[in-house]
Design a protein around this ligand. Structure first.
Ligand code: CP
Length: 315
């Protein structure tokens, strides 16, 4: 049993809470450099050094994906490596083969495993039994790759995120949890405006407080947004959520609209990991408006995935 320990320099990328600030900054800075290196080239470009030429990645999806799938596949391609895309239901995994057995088998075929899992426990089991790096590509608990791309995007537009005010308005979901981890890691102020029923897990808020995080939970979105440098939201109906009408009614006061954005700083950003449900968590006037940086945010998934892959391989 590997117990999450890989032979150095190999590393799993499971959650931002497991990184130190030096590692997190290394990933952001390398993403910036890799992005610059690809500027002016076509999307089929391959980095001249082909730093992952001898590396392969199995990408397992137990849930649908557009951005994560395409960005990881293009990322390893542009670094000279190979990706294999697997749908969980098409694998023996979907017929009851254990995650532990799958992890050990795949470790004999590929150099890293990326998993989008229904359950965070599956990710942890994959990491425990794999002998190659495992990457969290979204679970029911967290979405660390997304929030690393969000931090990169924020800093491209407004400079260092340290001491800046980030506001999360809406469902305290898996992306919100990774934002809580990021607030501790990068030293930004995070105010979460969520309904009581859909607040982030109490133990994550306690973890943030115990680790010096400036993370506040409120149920008043207008007060939360006052003076914000960035407002972030996500869909109210995540994959697997039940009772959509009831959720929408509860979350309606947390919609990011022009009135809410008026509370923020003049040069504030609006971010959304996508896909968006326009008219629910965000209005067209905001997502298509001057504060929105959603297309940069989506593109930055590519650049951050490259850097995460390099970091996992110690390159
Ligand atoms: N934001 C995000 O993870 O997008 P996909 O679900 O399309 O991968």
């Amino acid at each position: 049993m590997s117990n999450f320990i890989l032979s150095p320099p190999y590393r799993h990328f499971l959650d931002l809470a497991a990184l130190n600030v030096g590692e997190a900054r290394e990933i952001i800075e390398k993403a910036r450099a890799l992005k610059a290196a690809g500027q002016g080239h076509g999307k089929g470009y391959i980095h001249p050094d082909q730093p992952l030429a001898d590396r392969s990645l199995a990408m397992i999806f137990e849930k649908p994906s557009t951005r994560t799938r395409v960005s990881f596949e293009m990322a390893i391609h542009q670094l000279g490596g190979t990706a294999i895309v697997l749908q969980g239901n098409d694998m023996q995994l979907g017929r009851g083969e254990t995650v532990a057995d799958t992890a050990q088998v795949l470790s004999g075929f590929v150099d890293a495993i990326m998993l989008r899992a229904d359950s965070h426990d599956s990710l942890l089991e994959m990491a425990e039994y794999a002998t190659v790096p495992v990457i969290n590509a979204l679970t029911d608990f967290s979405h660390p790759c997304q929030v690393m791309a969000d931090v990169l995007t924020f800093e491209e537009h407004l400079g260092p995120i340290r001491d800046k005010k980030i506001v999360w308005s809406g469902d305290g979901n898996n992306v919100a949890v990774s934002w809580i981890h990021a607030a501790v890691l990068f030293g930004c102020e995070l105010t979460l405006a969520c309904p009581k029923q859909f607040s982030p897990p109490t133990q994550i808020l306690e973890w943030a407080a115990n680790n010096g995080g400036r993370v506040t939970l409120t149920h008043d979105p207008a007060a939360a947004a006052t003076g914000a440098d960035c407002v972030v939201t996500d869909t109210w109906i995540s994959m697997g959520d039940r009772n959509p009408e009831e959720r929408i009614a509860i979350l309606a006061p947390f919609q990011v609209n022009r009135k809410l954005m008026r509370q923020t700083k003049k040069d504030s950003l609006f971010m959304h990991c996508l896909p968006a449900h326009r008219g629910d968590e965000v209005t067209d006037e905001v997502i298509d408006g001057p504060h929105s940086v959603i297309w940069d945010e989506a593109e930055n998934r590519l650049h951050i995935q490259k850097s995460i892959l390099m970091w996992c391989f110690g390159r």
